[in-house]
Design a protein around this ligand. Structure first.
Ligand code: PLP
Length: 381
């Protein structure tokens, strides 16, 4: 008899978003409003740095946590955002994806519980399983996608190790309000747990008030882990570049996880990453803002408004059960029958909704919305 593969991985399903994208790709002429990535190319000023780095021969193993120049640039960038960071406590990672995975690897012992307010980015739950932890999902739907202190406190057990928060949120575009951030702080302080802040959309905010946990609660810097990424603000998803910053003792453990799992990010992309930090992403934000208006108007017209008006990121999270379909069926049939791709809420731990992404050019967005309108009308008979 042969031994089995890891039981932790047996619990994880391949990403549902990929499955939907594959289904959409198989459908001729489908308009995918499903992708969580900017449709823009990386600004040329950033990309140009790669050729220059290669010409300088920057093709050798770099320092594990990133070049001193890039770590200093990130720390200075964070300081400008109101989050003091020591360059030595910054690790440059293969996207926020690795930052989150390395953080959980560094923090968790087998059986530790991690509270995940849902809907949430799929990675969190999988990464907790991979690290032999137990995800504890906390639905925020009833609380309007905010975090209720009493509910959060009720989920804390002696095994609770951390909570992962994300604002602006994927998939809702919601910003956590001050009361939510304070609830997390109060519970984290009482229970001595870590707060992992997935802040990858922090530059994509349309209207405030917006506050980051690390800025509002500097007194908890000893247990706060800040994750950020080059992917979203500078249209650099394919570069696979992000970072994580934490207090020195935690950062040292995360650096070990990173060192043994990844070693480092490529040497010749790091000058470009440092350059990106100086590039203003506002022109792209303005385009998303205009698209958001188009999306909200169209959804309103078809009687399918999002659960909340998105104030950040580039998603609308739409309740779909009023059409008589569950969200998986809604999204699958929208692809096959109408040629428009959306992601079912199940992919974010929250059935009954579909995520629409407006990371597509205006013409495609308008056509995708027209198709969605026809599809919804056909369901209503
Ligand atoms: C909330 C959230 N966190 C992290 C990531 C991963 O980003 P990266 O490309 O930096 O790995 C994504 C990507 O969609 C995301 O939506």
């Amino acid at each position: 008899m042969m031994k089995s593969t890891s039981s932790a991985f047996a619990r994880i399903k391949p990403s549902g978003i990929r499955r939907i994208n594959t289904l959409a790709a198989q459908q001729p002429d489908c308009i995918p409003l499903a992708l969580g990535e900017p449709d823009f190319d990386t600004p040329p000023a950033i990309s140009a740095e790669v050729a220059a780095a290669l010409a300088r021969g920057e093709t050798h193993y770099p320092p594990n946590c990133g070049t001193p120049e890039l770590r200093r640039a990130i720390a200075a960038y964070m300081a400008r955002q109101g989050i003091p960071a020591d360059p030595e406590a910054v690790t440059v990672t293969a996207g926020a994806t690795e930052a989150i995975s390395a953080t959980l690897a560094a923090l968790l012992d087998p059986g530790d519980e991690v509270i995940i307010p849902v809907p949430a980015f799929t990675l969190y739950e999988a990464a907790v399983h991979i690290n032999r932890g137990t995800p504890v999902l906390m639905s925020t739907v009833e609380a309007g996608f905010q975090i209720d202190e009493g509910e959060l406190r009720a989920l804390v057990t002696p095994a609770t190790k951390a909570i992962i928060i994300c604002t602006p949120n994927n998939p809702t575009g919601c910003l956590l309000d001050a009361a939510s951030l304070d609830a997390v702080a109060a519970v984290a302080e009482e229970a001595g747990i870590f707060v992992i802040c997935d802040d990858v959309y922090n530059r994509l905010v349309y209207e405030g008030p917006y506050e980051r946990f690390a800025v509002r609660h500097p007194e908890l810097a000893d247990r706060t882990v800040v994750v950020d990424s080059f992917s979203k603000p500078w249209a650099m998803t394919g570069w696979r570049l992000g970072w994580v910053s934490a207090a020195a003792p935690i950062a040292a453990e995360i650096a070990k996880a990173h060192q043994y799992m990844v070693s480092s990010v490529p040497a010749f992309v790091m000058p470009a990453a440092a350059r990106a930090l100086e590039v203003d992403p506002t022109p792209m934000l303005d385009i998303y803002r205009a698209r958001r208006t188009r999306v909200l108007e169209a959804l309103d017209k078809m009687g399918m408004p999002p659960a909340v008006k998105p104030a950040g990121a580039f998603y609308a999270f739409i309740p779909v059960t009023q059409t008589g379909l569950g969200s998986e069926e809604f999204c699958e049939r929208a692809i096959v029958e109408a040629g428009v791709g959306l992601v079912p809420g199940e992919c974010f731990g929250c059935a009954g909704f579909a995520r629409l992404s407006y990371c597509v050019a205006d013409d495609a967005l308008d056509e995708g919305l027209r198709r969605l309108e026809r599809f919804v009308a056909s369901l209503r008979g």
